[in-house]
Ligand binder design. Structure first.
Ligand code: DGL
Length: 258
């Protein structure tokens, strides 16, 4: 069984990482559209067309399923992608439903962080309309974090002051939960943790997405039949450069420590 993972850049490695933990005997293809990252500040049409080219490439490699490990590409293109291929296409969405449910009777608010495109798309508006009956969800775009992640700046003074400054727009005492609604943001979980009070839960949609993938694989009777091997591509080119492969390894090790 081979599963393809797609993201604009390194963000989707956070989802791939969860999948390998849960399904270590499957093989994987990871496609980072590094020539075109970031997606979150582009138009919907641009992102949809980039996503179609990338996923066409992944499907041609003979995968059994594709995970769109990118909230932005999911919001711009998931229906198009599902209609285009006969294999399962699994999307992601910000974990707003679990955040609202978890909030329960705490009478607090939920802050959803994501890219500007994810936050303005119809898909997110529909999700909020479905689950946010008490109007407790607020939105905060954090497109700067994508650039910091792509530059491998995870904990320096620059990113810390960017995030402190962005979060100074909210009164933390009003919130029970912050949702990380972009896969690149997962690398900054510790930084969010350091800046926000401990009473705030920080959640994401990664494990929900991987559980979804597992369920679909079971329904289709697809067995794990590999060794957790990952073949990486950047914008259609096989990654053979050992320096880049070492960087990806470093990301996996960072995620192990979270
Ligand atoms: N990692 C992506 C997401 O989950 C998009 C980041 C970007 O390219 O702007 O939304």
């Amino acid at each position: 069984m081979i599963t393809g993972f797609f993201d604009s850049g390194i963000g989707g490695i956070t989802v791939l990482h969860e999948a390998i933990k849960l399904m270590p005997r499957a093989d994987y293809i990871y496609y980072a559209d590094s020539d075109n990252v970031p997606y979150g500040t582009r138009s919907r049409d641009e992102v949809a067309s980039l996503a179609v080219s990338a996923v066409d490439f992944i499907v041609r490699q003979g995968v059994d399923a594709v995970v769109i490990a990118c909230n932005t590409a999911t919001s711009a293109a998931i229906e198009t992608l599902r209609n285009r291929y006969s294999i399962p296409v699994i999307g992601m969405e910000p974990a707003i439903k679990p955040a609202v449910e978890k909030n329960g009777k705490r009478h607090k608010r939920v802050l959803v962080t994501a890219t500007p495109l994810t936050l303005k798309e119809e898909k997110l508006k529909n999700l909020i309309a479905r689950v946010d009956n008490e109007h407790i969800v607020d939105l905060l775009p954090l497109s700067g974090l994508v650039k910091f992640a792509e530059d491998y700046c995870f904990d320096d003074a620059g990113v810390r002051s960017y995030l402190e400054n962005a979060l100074s727009a909210i009164d933390p005492s009003l919130y029970s939960t912050v949702v990380l609604g972009c896969t690149h943001f997962i690398y900054f979980r510790n930084l969010f943790r350091q800046i926000l009070p401990n009473s705030i839960d920080i959640i994401d949609g990664n494990s929900g997405t991987v559980r979804n993938l597992q369920n679909i694989m079971r329904q289709k009777n697809l067995q794990e039949s590999g060794s957790g091997f990952v073949t990486y591509y950047t914008s259609g080119r096989l990654v053979e450069n050992s320096e880049l492969l070492d960087r990806y390894d470093l990301l996996h090790r960072m995620l192990d420590l979270q």
